[in-house]
Design a protein around this ligand. Structure first.
Ligand code: G6P
Length: 369
């Protein structure tokens, strides 16, 4: 396996660095003349997109976090309601299906038992159609779905998902744009969004260049027992994903909070010992987030701030613990800001000497309940 890992010490690190290419591959042949091609979702997709009046997304683990980001995109671009649920909850719950709801399952492997069971039960619940966002074309979830859009991440070996996640977000962005276009999204806005997506591989490369700085910061986490991740809007699920990565491979207890919830509990945990990682892109929620960051600083929390180059200096931070990302556009920012969080978890785990690619008690694909 040393050959496949090439120059990289772990599959996870290799897969983190493959993200610009994986995203390029996921976009390849799917956009032409500034438009997402409707046919990429399969036969009958145009009719399906036009008729869709609501979306239900189902997934587990990291794929669930991709679904949570997509909800913000779909509701803001297409103005249609979108619900996201963990597959193991959905499958045993009596849910109410509104007419013309599209069921979307998100899965890297296409074999996760709970997601597959949720999909099978959805068929009896009266959905408009089922769509799989998946990385394995011959998988059970793709075979069971009416329509599919493949992520083209290539094989992912590290148990902690990285390139599968960013390509899922890329594919879900294509879906959100297309739903938007069939539901009255403004042409100029649409064109700008497509441009942001086309610039995504370059922006991810810019984020990967932060590796050295993040490796140095990771040393401060080695002796920590806990960490708190904060975000708002689409960056809230990214904070959740950052916390999941850290706990999966470094075994540090990490929690993510929507920054506005800080005052409803987690603020009580903040002291000089608590690292708090805030994800602060230049979006419409920045002012709100700044005051949440200030709340942490005032209580002596050990702040780490991820911010856009254009606004970085306005965001409260501690010297040396500000991580500046290249400007990339609000829509793709959650994808770009994921990368430094993956690198942080990776370097902390390496420093703590854990088995990065095969964390204890976890499996790459959970095919039994
Ligand atoms: C396991 C993996 C996770 C993954 C989850 C869902 O828990 O360790 O990395 O996110 O399953 O897997 P799926 O293949 O359905 O995306």
């Amino acid at each position: 396996d040393a050959v496949e890992r090439g120059e990289y010490r772990h599959y996870m690190l290799k897969e983190i660095h493959e993200q610009p290419q994986a995203v390029t591959d996921t976009l390849e042949g799917r956009i032409a003349g500034g438009r997402v091609l409707t046919e990429i979702f399969g036969v009958g997709a145009k009719d399906m997109l036009t008729r869709t009046r609501a979306v239900q997304i189902i997934a587990c683990g990291t794929s669930y976090h991709a679904g949570l980001v997509a909800r913000y995109w779909i509701e803001s671009l297409a103005k249609i309601p979108c619900n996201v649920e963990i597959a193991s909850e959905y499958r045993y719950r009596e849910s109410v299906v509104m007419p013309d709801t599209l069921f979307v399952s998100v899965s890297q492997s296409g074999e996760t038992a709970d997601t597959l069971a949720a999909l099978k039960s959805a068929k009896a619940r009266g959905y408009l159609a089922t769509l799989a966002i998946c990385n394995v074309p011959e998988s059970s979830i793709v075979r069971e779905s009416d329509l599919s859009l493949m992520t083209r991440a290539g094989p992912e070996i590290g148990v902690a998902s990285t390139k599968a996640f960013t390509t899922q977000l890329t594919a879900l962005a294509l879906l959100a744009f297309e739903l938007g276009r069939h539901h009255g999204l403004d042409e100029a806005r649409y064109a700008d969004l497509v441009r942001q997506l086309e610039g995504l591989p370059g922006a991810i490369n810019g984020a990967l260049a932060l590796d050295g700085q993040i490796r140095a910061l990771a040393e401060r986490f080695v002796t920590k027992q806990h960490a708190l991740f904060l975000g708002r809007g689409t960056q809230f699920p990214i904070a959740m994903e950052g916390a999941l990565k850290l706990k999966e491979i470094s075994y540090i207890h990490a929690e993510a909070y929507a920054a506005g919830e800080l005052k409803h509990g987690p603020l009580a945990l903040v002291d000089e010992e608590m690292p708090v990682i805030a994800v602060a892109p230049n979006d419409h929620l920045l002012e709100k987030l700044k005051s949440n960051i200030e709340e942490v600083r005032a209580r002596g929390g050990e702040l780490y701030v991820l911010a856009d180059a254009d606004v970085a200096q306005q965001v409260p931070h501690a010297d040396g613990r500000l991580i500046v990302l290249p400007p990339c556009g609000e829509l793709v920012a959650p994808i770009v800001f994921t990368v430094p969080l993956q690198l942080l978890a990776y370097h902390v785990a390496v420093l703590r000497g854990t088995d990065v690619d095969q964390p204890r008690n976890l499996a790459k694909s959970v095919t039994v309940e």
